[in-house]
Design a protein around this ligand. Structure first.
Ligand code: SF4
Length: 345
């Protein structure tokens, strides 16, 4: 199946209708479905609905946190924003340009330079036989930036300094760096083309807590210094609380709740957000009180065979009868606070 054939013009959703500024990124009704093929004939017998009809926007200069358990579709969503996973439906508007079905040639000046990703394991994407200097110079050459080798070298040295690595690191090879240093390299590589938007996917998850804090502080400093916008994807609610301005909670490919950080952490409305937050002891205590731990029963359903109605109804402690048949849509219940739950309709 050529997934791009399904792309349709999309209606504005409640969440994007409310925008009173030019967002750097606007995502409407995004779906990323992967066909499941079985048998000798490799017939398509179903679809993994990794991302299933999500809409959001990101303001210039802010950090949007995306949280959710493993397998909720948050990484697929992040990858689809730079077309590493092709959208099946919906639209992605970056800096006013619809990039959803652009060709690679059209994408190059727009997103291959201006949107970058930082991954959990930068080591996996580094060539072990290339020195750090050669790795970082490559994108500058590919995009024809700077006229000669000396200028490119200067730029790389400057960049290494900015991310807290010694300029002499240029001559070193990936295996010579520690986990934290490798993540600094990942960040340097994301910065080398002067992007506007960085998508950090579990960027600090593999690091020790003290190193996590250093990398988060570095990301915050760089944001200020280079006027960057971040989408920070993580399963770790405590880390997201530290860095994000607004937070979206994903469950089974959908956004369950999206709100300014302080509101979401202090007064979560969606039963799933409440359960997720109640599982983190540091967040569970609210002032002098401690919120009760909500233990969800059962496993996350398969994204191939999603529950009818509200996708969370099989685990929701406060589900109602009609939750099994009626799909809730993301509605604004307070200014800037959106929830997909029949309790708030
Ligand atoms: Fe629970 Fe129903 Fe709300 Fe879904 S819509 S979260 S099942 S109360």
């Amino acid at each position: 199946m050529n997934s791009t054939l399904l792309l349709q013009p999309v209606e504005q959703t409640e969440i994007t209708k409310k925008i009173d500024h030019d967002p750097i990124l606007k995502v409407e009704n995004l779906k990323v479905h992967f066909p499941v093929k079985t048998g000798i004939m490799q017939r398509t017998t179903g679809y993994v609905k990794a991302v299933d009809d999500i809409s959001f926007y990101v303001k210039k200069g802010e950090t949007l946190g995306i949280v959710g358990e493993s397998g909720c579709g948050k990484s697929t969503m992040g990858r689809s924003l730079i077309r590493l996973n092709e959208p099946t439906e919906g639209s992605i508007i970056f800096n006013g340009n619809d990039i959803t079905s652009m060709t690679e040639k059209e994408l190059r000046p727009l997103i291959r330079k201006k949107i970058q990703m930082v991954f959990q394991d930068p080591y996996a994407s580094l060539n072990p036989r290339k020195s750090l200097g050669n790795t970082l110079i490559e994108p500058l050459k590919a995009h024809g930036l700077y006229s000669n080798h000396k200028e490119r070298n200067e730029k790389i040295k400057e960049l290494l300094n900015v991310v807290g690595l010694h300029p002499s690191s240029m001559n070193h090879y990936p295996h010579e760096f520690s986990g934290g240093q490798r993540q600094r390299i990942g960040i340097a590589r994301a910065l080398v083309l002067n992007p506007d938007l960085i998508i950090a996917d579990e960027a600090v998850s593999a690091l020790d807590v003290s190193i996590q804090a250093q990398i988060i502080n570095l990301l915050e400093d760089l944001q200020e210094q280079f006027d960057l916008t971040y989408i920070f994807i993580s399963h770790d609610l405590s880390v997201v609380r530290h860095i994000a301005d607004r937070v979206g909670v994903m469950y089974l490919g959908k956004i369950a709740e999206l709100a300014p950080k302080d509101e979401l952490y202090v007064e979560p409305l969606h039963p799933y957000t409440q359960a997720l937050l109640s599982a983190v002891p540091a967040i569970r205590s609210k002032g002098t009180e401690t919120r009760e731990r909500i233990v969800l029963k059962g496993d996350i359903p398969s994204p191939i065979n999603q529950p009818t109605g509200c996708v969370f109804h099989t685990r929701c402690p406060v589900r109602m009868e009609h939750c099994q048949v009626a799909k809730p849509t993301l509605k604004e219940v307070k200014p800037g606070h959106f929830v997909a739950c029949h309790l708030y309709e």
